[in-house]
Ligand binder design. Structure first.
Ligand code: DAH
Length: 351
């Protein structure tokens, strides 16, 4: 093997031995660089004759091209290897599940409130909203429950150390009943001209759902809970209408035509007579038990008077029900506190 073949072989070995492009460039310098072996051989030709230069030059060129070819091949091989490593480390696993944005949903009690509004809406009831921080007059006195009356202790009220706009102290409303008077006042104001002229005012037909507050906390009571008030007042609205409306509502709400209602005599300052409304399912897990769902009654004349209306002319009924309770019964939930814990595992079941 001549000297040039050996040189080519050494270059091939040197290139094969490097592991990185930088090392390859260093190895290249030994053979093809300014003071590399090929350059030296070229310089060594100076003393040769013209003919010798020709053949010697051609032979060196062949060797140079072989070394350049080996360099090029090794460069490509290193680049391919680097790319392969990069592709492997940066690869996307397209079979991984994507990141899903969790969808929110309606709270079960909100579902119930929507359902109540929808059912009473079909019976011509308006839906009203009012303050949760309420004056003493609206929460109690206007509802025929004067200061120091023992009936005030029926509700363990949160009192607020502030005077209301009507001069009586504020409380966190313990029921939605003040909305009866607030709504009636608006209604009366709207139809004052008719009333003053002694003509008939359009009937009041309203429900008022919302949050209510009492000092109370156990599996079936929470300091914040929901109520939905109902009021139907006109010149000819009787207890019979209450029975029809409420029976219709309960049967629609629970989707149960054979649901039985019981109006059990009771006491509320703002109604006379007063009744608790119990329901009984005829089938299903709760069948046969009486379950209390609302308070109700014929609106007391003193309340009608506080609405700005003549109790000799306007009569009607009112009720107050517990949407939390209705939700528990509808979905079979046995601890009220689950509604307010915010546990997604519980809430997700209603989506
Ligand atoms: N406000 C009563 C309560 O919280 C419920 C109630 C009873 C409302 C009778 C009414 C009613 O409108 O007529 O216990």
């Amino acid at each position: 093997m001549n000297e040039l073949d050996t040189l080519v072989e050494r270059a091939q070995e040197a290139f094969a031995a490097v592991a990185t492009p930088a090392d390859l460039e260093n190895a290249k310098a030994q053979f093809l660089g300014k003071s590399g072996r090929i350059t030296e051989l070229m310089k060594g030709m100076a003393a040769l004759s013209v003919d010798e230069k020709k053949s010697r030059g051609a032979a060196i060129n062949v060797a140079k091209q072989a070394i350049e070819a080996a360099l090029g091949a090794r460069r490509q091989a290193l680049a391919d290897a680097e790319l392969a490593i990069q592709l492997k480390s940066e690869s996307l696993d397209v079979t991984l599940p994507g990141r899903v944005r969790a969808g929110g949903g309606l709270h079960p009690v909100s579902r119930t409130l929507e359902r109540i509004e929808q059912i009473f809406g079909t019976m011509g009831f308006d839906v009203a909203d009012g303050p949760e921080i309420e004056s003493d007059w609206h929460s109690f006195t206007s509802l025929n429950n004067p200061p120091n009356h023992p009936a005030r202790s029926m509700q363990d009220t949160f009192y607020v150390d502030l005077q209301g706009e009507d001069g009586t102290p504020y409380n966190l409303r313990p029921h939605t009943s003040p909305m009866q008077v607030r709504y009636a006042h608006q209604h009366v104001k709207k139809h004052q001209a008719l009333i003053d002229a002694g003509q008939s005012m359009p009937e009041i037909r309203v429900i008022a759902p919302g949050r209510t507050y009492r000092v109370d906390s156990d599996a079936t009571h929470s300091p914040m809970f929901h109520q939905c008030e109902g009021l139907w007042l006109g010149e000819n609205v009787s207890f019979k209408d209450l029975k029809v409306v409420f029976t219709d509502f309960c049967r629609t709400f629970f989707e149960s035509d054979d649901l039985v209602l019981r109006f059990r005599p009771s006491f509320f300052p703002f109604t006379e007579p007063s009744a608790e409304v119990d329901i009984q399912f005829q089938s299903g897990p709760l069948a046969g038990r009486w379950l209390e769902v609302a308070g109700s009654g014929q609106v007391h004349p003193n309340v009608v008077r506080n609405m700005g209306l003549d109790p000799e002319r306007y009569i009607g009924f009112a009720f107050g029900m517990g949407p939390d309770r209705l939700t528990m019964l509808r979905y079979g939930v046995n601890d009220l506190r689950q509604f307010f814990d915010g546990d997604i595992r519980f809430l997700r079941q209603f989506q």
